[in-house]
Design a protein around this ligand. Structure first.
Ligand code: ADP
Length: 204
């Protein structure tokens, strides 16, 4: 069971916001973002982002799910990448996934602490992943809540960084991207994102 991009609601569709006369026909930032709750491995988008570890050779959480769904060819390609530094991102094919590509990024190990380094590194994960999207001419990408699982980045500050970083990037690269999907897995993250996405994306 795959979920095609056109079945993933945009922010605006899910909020059923009235389109004002002034907004009619305008290319709004909020038409380019979605909030989706569920398994990232079933999304039929150009790229899904993997919250990987620095070895890029698989692990638990979303990383384990992605490798399981993509098949062993993903692991074989990851071996050739020689790992990845925190905050950086590397791209592979999607293999058995409905997504064409996987962008592997390594979030900071925060263990509950949000300092300058953790903030800078998590911001870089989103930026560098989006730069790969642009570089490969991809149009749609889905992000998990990077670092908020095993790596222990507190959920609310992580959501703020994710939303604000994506917003700034999409603003700058408007014509390069069709859709960014925030793929949350936990109800707690869904609540946080649902509230914040409104505030962050309601104005252009
Ligand atoms: P990290 O090591 O970067 O913290 P984790 O995989 O432990 O990465 O957690 C990151 C987020 O991914 C968590 O919110 C977790 O609940 C979520 N997650 C786990 N499995 C999936 C999945 N199949 N699809 C989307 N998100 C998932």
């Amino acid at each position: 069971e795959y979920v095609p991009l056109d079945q993933i609601n945009t922010w605006k569709q899910s909020q059923s916001t009235e389109v004002t006369e002034e907004e009619e026909g305008k290319d709004l930032l909020r038409d380019k973002v979605s909030l989706y709750k569920g398994d990232i491995t079933i999304l039929e988008v150009d790229a899904i982002v993997n919250a990987a570890n620095s070895s890029l050779l698989g692990g638990g959480g979303v990383d384990g799910c992605i490798h399981k769904a993509a098949g062993s060819c993903l692991y074989e390609e990851c071996i050739t990448l020689n790992g990845c530094e925190t905050g950086n991102a590397k791209i592979t094919c999607g293999y058995d996934l409905p997504a064409k590509y996987v962008i592997h990024t390594v979030g900071p190990v925060a263990r509950g602490h949000v300092g300058e380094t953790e903030t800078k590194d998590l911001t870089a994960c989103y930026q560098n992943s989006l730069e790969l999207v642009k570089g490969f001419g991809l149009r749609s990408v889905a992000f998990p809540c990077i670092s908020t699982g095993i790596y222990g980045f507190p959920n609310e500050p992580a959501a703020n960084i994710a939303l604000e970083t994506v917003k700034s990037w999409v603003k700058e690269n408007h014509d390069k991207i069709e859709r960014v999907i925030f793929c949350v897995f936990l109800e707690a993250d869904y609540r946080i994102y649902k509230e914040k996405i409104l505030q962050v994306f309601q104005d252009n």
